[in-house]
Each structure stands twice: as C-alpha cells, then as structure tokens.
Design a protein around this ligand. Structure first.
Ligand code: MLT
Ligand code: MN
Ligand code: ZN
Length: 297
C-alpha cells in the first residue's frame, strides 16, 4: 500500500497569487473553497513515516493542516525525508520551514544539491540532522526511515523533459538532472510523479505507461494561456510545461489507472467547477485535486 496526501496542488504563486487580479484569483479571494497552496505531496508506505515530494513555500501551513504530519512526541516529526524533483523556488523553499533540528534525509539530483549548496541560506538545515543524498536517473533507491531501516518504497528517478531552473536561466546550461520524474513502486503498485514536464516524449510515455496513479504537470490549459489573458509573455513550452489540452490526448491510451493534475497555475480555467474546460478534463478521466485530498494505492 502507498498512502498519499496532496498537500498542495497549485503552481508557483498559488491560488490566489499575491499580485494577480485575474478572474480565478479574484474568485479565490471571495471563495476560500477555490484556494490552493503550492504543489507538494506526501507519501508513505506504512502510514507512520512520510516522505514529501518537493517542499513548497506553503509547507508550514500544509503541515499544520495535515494531522498525519503532526509530531507524536515533545520533539518529533513523522517526516522522514524530502525528495526534490527540481530546484525551482516553489519546490525547495519549504525546506527552510524544516530547520528546527528534526532529522530527515534530503534526496535530490546532484544538480539540485549543488544549487542548495551554493545558496548559503540552506545551511540553516543542520548537516548533523539533515543528510543530503544525491539521487541519479535510472538508479532506483529506497528512502530510509530514521532508524536506518527501509521504507518499503522503491523510487526510480527519470529525466523529465524540461529545462534549467528559472532563476538560473542564462547562468546554467540545461542539464538532464534539472527536472526529474519519479516512478515509485511498492507491492506491485506504481505511482508516477511527473509534475513538471515539457513534452510527452516516447521515453516519458514509457515511464507513465501502465501506472496505477499519475501526478502530471497541469500548469496551463493551453500553451498561450498567459499571453491570451494578458498575464505574461511566455508560452507553456517556454516555461517547460506542456499544456493540459496536449497532455490529455497524449496520456489517454497509456493504460493509466488514476490521473491527477498537479502544479496547476492560477490562470488555468480548469480550476473553476463551472468551466467547460473542467468538464472536459473530468470527462477525460482527470482529477483536479483540492488541497488535503487523500489517496491510497
Ligand atoms: C515553474 O514551474 O516554471 C517555476 O516554478 C517558475 C517560477 O519559479 O515562477
Ligand atoms: Mn513551478
Ligand atoms: Zn491569477
């Protein structure tokens, strides 16, 4: 069994985003039910020890809102580790909310480990308490529990079609460790986490095929969405994110059990329960999740 809690489902900025007056953000300010925090999920093989996939800027509140992540002793945390799939602000900032001295293991590709090492603010994570482990593509690993025993989760990172971290554009070349997908297995069940993905390449399709549950990049509904809404100049492709209207047909025939969009930008019309895009996504078998949603595999 794999237990999953969706801690946050929105892309960077969340819904509403602090400086945005788009229709979705205006509505989310009026209607708390539409609000969403920045993307992260927690997974567990035993229901006791949990691993976060990415650490969003909203992590502190996400932990407050998630009872299974609460301490069970005077000083304690069920969070045994954090697995990073990229070095973007919305994936790593939450690490700074885990600095109060509870031990955990931090798994990330060497590229992302180097970003963290180069940013001295992350030295707030005491190296005696937080072990940093470099993970490699196509090399499966089993995250460990605080006593050193195995978690029962086998995780194989793979290259996600993407690009270098936004704040390093022009500084660092694109490299294959910049964005990872994760194929997670336990007792024959397969979960694929691919919440940043620029294209469904044959390699990506191969990793997704037959999975029981997929978390997939839901940043934009259509590639030119930000431009059409007057919110920005970049296409989804330029940002390293495939649009939902391209992803849905691409994943339709891969034999996937449940499909969940994650990292949904505040501009995306699929947020709105009354939008035709939402209906279209749901009719194609996709879930637009709310924060706190629990799933079992
Ligand atoms: C992204 O997903 O493309 C990044 O999080 C962008 C950002 O940091 O604003
Ligand atoms: Mn992002
Ligand atoms: Zn907005």
């Amino acid at each position: 069994m794999i237990k999953i809690v969706i801690l946050g489902s929105a892309a960077g900025g969340g819904l509403p985003q602090w400086n945005c007056g788009c229709d979705n953000c205006l509505t989310a300010r009026r209607e708390p039910g539409l609000r969403a925090s920045q993307a992260s999920i927690a997974i567990s093989g035993d229901g006791e020890h949990w691993f976060l996939i990415n650490a969003s800027p909203d992590l502190r509140q996400q932990i407050v809102d998630t009872p299974v992540l609460h301490p069970r002793a005077l000083r304690h945390s069920p969070i045994a580790g954090v697995i990073l799939t990229n070095g973007e602000v919305d994936a790593v900032t939450g690490l700074l909310s885990l600095r109060e001295g509870s031990p955990f293991t931090l798994y990330a590709h060497q590229r992302v480990q180097e970003i963290l090492r180069a940013n001295s603010i992350f030295n707030a994570l005491n190296p005696e308490k937080v072990t940093r482990i470099a993970i490699e593509t196509s090399v499966a690993f089993e995250p460990t529990l605080p006593d050193g025993s195995g978690s029962g989760l086998l995780i194989e990172p793979f290259i996600a079609p993407g690009k270098t971290t936004l704040y390093l554009e022009g500084v660092a070349e694109n490299d294959e460790g910049d964005t990872l997908g994760l194929r997670i297995t336990r007792n024959g069940k397969v979960l694929v986490f691919l919440a940043a993905c620029a294209a469904v390449t044959p390699e990506a399709a191969d990793r997704l095929a037959g999975a029981d549950l997929v978390f997939f990049d839901g940043t934009l509904w259509r590639d030119d969405e930000l431009i059409a809404l007057g919110l920005g100049q970049k296409t989804g492709q330029r940002m390293g994110h495939i649009a939902m209207d391209v992803a849905m047909p691409a994943l339709a025939d891969l034999g996937i059990g449940r499909k969940v969009f994650l990292h949904i930008n505040n501009s995306n019309p699929a947020w709105r329960r009354d939008a035709p895009e939402r209906l279209q996504a749901e009719q194609a078998g996709w879930i637009i999740p709310a924060d706190g949603m629990e799933m079992t595999l």
